[in-house]
Design a protein. Sequence first.
Length: 660
Amino acid sequence: MKKPISILLFFLFVNLSFSQKKQDFILKSPDGKIEVRVAVDDKISWTILHEKDLILASSPMSLTLDGNIVLGQNAIIVNSKKGSIDASFETPFYKKKSVQNKYNQLTLNFKNDFSIEYRVFDDGAAYRFITKKKKDITIKNEEVTLNFDEDYNTLMPYVRDLRNPKDPYISSFESHYENKKVSEFSKDTLAFLPFLIDYKNHKKAVFLEANLEDYPGLFVTNNNTKSGFESRFSKYPLQETNGGFNNLNKLITQRADYLVKTKGTRNFPWRAIVISENDSDLANNDMVQKLSEPSKIKDISWIKPGKVAWDWWNDWNIYNIDFKAGINTQTYKYYIDFASKNKVEYVVLDEGWSVETDIMKHNPNVDLEALIAYGKEKNVGIILWSSWMALNNNIDGVFENYAKLGVKGFKVDFIDRDDAKMVNSVYDISQKAANHKLLLDFHGMYKPTGIQRTFPNILNFEGVKGLENNKWTPNDDVPLYDCTIPFIRMMAGPMDYTPGAMRNATKSEFKPSHSNPVSQGTRCHQLALYTIFEAPLQMMADSPTAYMKEQESTNFIAKVPTTFDETISLNGEVGKFVSIARRKATTWYLGSITNWDSREITIDFSFLEKGKKFEAEIFSDGLNADKAAVDYKREIITVDSTTKLTYRLASGGGLAMIIK
């Protein structure tokens, strides 16, 4: 009798082992359109479908720890849990007052003290690893794979930084998008996030990461199959040296063989995909905000977004004055007077106000205390520029000193890395700035990943190839880029693009200039950017002299707020054109821009409150803007929710409105 029982127990064990090893789970979005299939076999992988279209083919994921422990390889499920969330949260310095956060969730808990959490929204899906180990752990690598069933077109920002070609992970994160198929990904190169995949049936997907804390940023490269991408991460820096532009960067001379040594119990960054059937939906997406940690700052009443009069782009080039313009007290008082007259909230003192390597030492030509006092009298705050390296040498001392003097914030530049050490530094700077009630603008920075929700004193990030590049990159197609980033880069968060050029040029007439810089495209293109580009701390890049000569345009810019209560993406097509309307209280602000192709667009005002009349101040491209890019027409008309108006956008043109 014992033998049959033994055989029976053997088969039961085999069946139980098999069922433990291979399991499948399905999770759908609240509206049922997106389906995520998770397969747990010798590897853990996910597949994503949008209705019947395959968005992501089976793509494995894993986390490798020290000792060659691979979380995700031959994993054994302890249990699984599903749930649903339908809530909202307030967003005080954002493009809308609150964000709806509705999703279905699957959490898989595995042996070896780890979990993977999946969320599916109506607009995309995301997952993250969670570890629950008592002791600290060393992360050697993370496998993030993106496989596709066809050779789709991509819009990919490649890493290109000739200052340190041996280390591609040192980057300013400023790249135009290259339109190539998946299989054409440039060999032996890296690309950073976000990037876009163009599917059939007008569907597109943008790949993002969120909640990047104590961890390096994600890059991708081509995989061996040429049908997808695989992850790359910068290893943890062990030794650094000064280098880069004016020796303001820290270059890595030795890296570890691991990504980070971190807490054993923690959440890892989200790997997210946003899926859209209409391009315009990408220009008004909240995925990164939804996946980020809530604010760590309890009292945010001191945080004041606004616009900034900026000196560097215009080369301190003011004239018709009785003093020598430059980095000196008189010039900055002139900037403060201009800001005060036009109700611009801040003036930034860019490089040169201090010794670049020691910002506790001032330029003797700049009386900082007098400028702070003068600004206070004129209701204009002072923001100071600093390289990351100079600030990092004495963060506590710098912040304490300048906060006591009355400085409102810092523009921190030349970060140019997103390894775990630098990411931790950004969090450290953000917390210490908050402790001293200081605002932050991270220039020379990797793309935002949601830290702006966690530390709302961070009002802007660069990580975008902004207007400053017009001073030295004549071959860049700027209007094309301007019509692309609202659908890709802006999904990650605000952009320190620094718009506002009053000297505007057509495609054939454009040329770089250092002291009299020019923008590509029309005046109305520049005006529209103040509504289209998200930036709670928004620069006015041109000189006070240029703005005063163009007071009508300046008045318009000054009236556009930098945060909003509601956002509507009206229409658009990636790389071609975009139209966005944003509301602050009862006033609407609208911007439309096009690439170098002239086009007609129709604005449907049905977003306005029904039954009410509105006054619309409209700046549209002039009849001669194709030859004289500064040409525009200003008009004031009455509109209501039934109004539809068609406008011709000139080559590189735009349309800007204030509707009240």
